[in-house]
Design a protein around this ligand. Structure first.
Ligand code: SAH
Length: 249
C-alpha cells in the first residue's frame, strides 16, 4: 500500500515551491492536481508519472470532492507515491483536511506538505505586508465564496469592524455584496482595498481603491483574484518591489 502526500504548490511563482514539495513531485508515481497549479511545476515529475487533472474553479469542483477522495484511495492501493497537489497551502480553503480524514478512516498512510499560501504571499508580492507595526496587529483570511446575505452564516461579519487586515479568497464574484456588508457593519467606507489577480506571476495585476468604490474599479478583473482590505494597502506605495522587478526584466 502506498502513501498519499497532501501537498501545497504555492501561489504561482514556481520558485515558491518548498524543497519538500519539489522532492515529492520528483518521486511521484501519480499526481492529482488542481487548476491553480503553475504547470511548470509538473515538469519536475518522472517521465512515467501519471498526471490527473481534478481542477476546480473558485471552490466549485468540476469533479465532486467525494470522487477525488476515492481516487486518492484507489491510487494509494496501486502505487507507492501519490501526490495530491493543490494551489497555495492545502489546508487554507483547499479541502486538504477532508482528504486526510477520508484516508485516515480507511487506514491509508498520508503526509501533509504545507505550501506558501496566496493569502499572505500574493499581498507580499504587491508590496502589502498583512501585518505592520502600528497599522495592523492581526489579519484574518475569510472565504468570499459564501454570499454575505446567507442566513446562518458561519462568518462573523460584525467582528470585522476591528482595525485589522482582512483577506478574502474566492471573493471576486461577491465583491459588491462583501463591500456593502462591510459598510453595513460600520467599517469606514474609505478603508483602502486592493484586488490582486494572478499574484506572484508575471501576469500579476493590482487594482487599488476603497471599500465604497473597489467593486466598480475591479469589475473587469479576471479570476483568480483575492481582496485585501486595510490600511496596510497604503504601504504598497513605498514597498512595491515586484512590479519594479518585472519592469527590469
Ligand atoms: N489553498 C489556496 C487557496 C485556495 S482558494 C492557498 O492557500 O492559496 C482559491 C482562491 O485563492 C482563489 O479564488 C483566489 O482568491 C486565491 N488565489 C490563489 N492563488 C492566487 C493568485 N496567484 N493570485 C490571486 N489570488 C489567488
Amino acid at each position: 500500500m502506498g502513501k498519499v502526500y497532501i501537498t501545497g504548490a504555492g501561489p504561482g511563482d514556481p520558485e515558491l515551491l518548498t524543497v519538500k514539495a519539489f522532492k515529492i513531485i520528483q518521486n511521484a508515481d501519480v499526481i492529482l492536481y488542481d487548476r491553480l497549479i503553475n504547470e511548470e511545476i509538473l515538469n519536475y515529475r518522472k517521465k512515467e508519472a501519471i498526471l490527473i487533472y481534478v481542477g476546480k474553479e473558485d471552490g466549485k469542483h468540476t469533479i465532486p470532492q467525494q470522487e477525488i477522495n476515492q481516487f486518492l484511495y484507489d491510487y494509494a492501493l496501486q502505487y507507492d507515491v501519490v501526490v495530491r497537489l493543490k494551489g497555495g497551502d492545502p489546508f487554507v480553503f483547499g479541502r486538504g483536511g477532508e482528504e486526510c480524514l477520508f484516508l485516515a478512516e480507511r487506514g491509508i498512510e498520508f503526509e501533509v506538505i504545507p505550501g506558501v499560501t496566496s493569502a499572505i504571499s500574493v499581498p507580499a508580492y504587491t508590496g502589502i505586508p498583512v501585518t505592520h507595526r502600528g497599522i495592523a496587529s492581526s489579519f484574518r483570511v475569510v472565504t468570499g465564496h459564501e454570499a454575505p446575505d446567507k442566513e446562518n452564516s458561519s462568518i462573523d461579519w460584525e467582528s470585522m469592524k476591528a482595525n485589522e487586515t482582512i483577506v478574502f479568497l474566492m471573493g471576486l464574484h461577491n465583491i459588491e455584496k462583501i463591500m456593502d456588508k462591510l459598510i453595513q457593519i460600520g467599517k469606514n467606507p474609505k478603508t483602502p482595498v486592493a484586488v490582486i489577480h494572478a499574484g506572484t506571476t508575471e501576469n500579476q495585476l493590482v487594482i487599488v481603491g476603497e471599500i465604497d468604490n473597489i467593486s466598480k474599479l475591479a469589475k473587469d478583473v479576471p479570476t483568480p483574484a483575492l481582496i485585501v482590505i486595510g490600511d496596510v494597502v497604503k504601504l504598497r506605495d513605498k514597498i512595491n518591489w515586484f512590479d519594479a522587478k518585472l519592469l527590469k526584466c
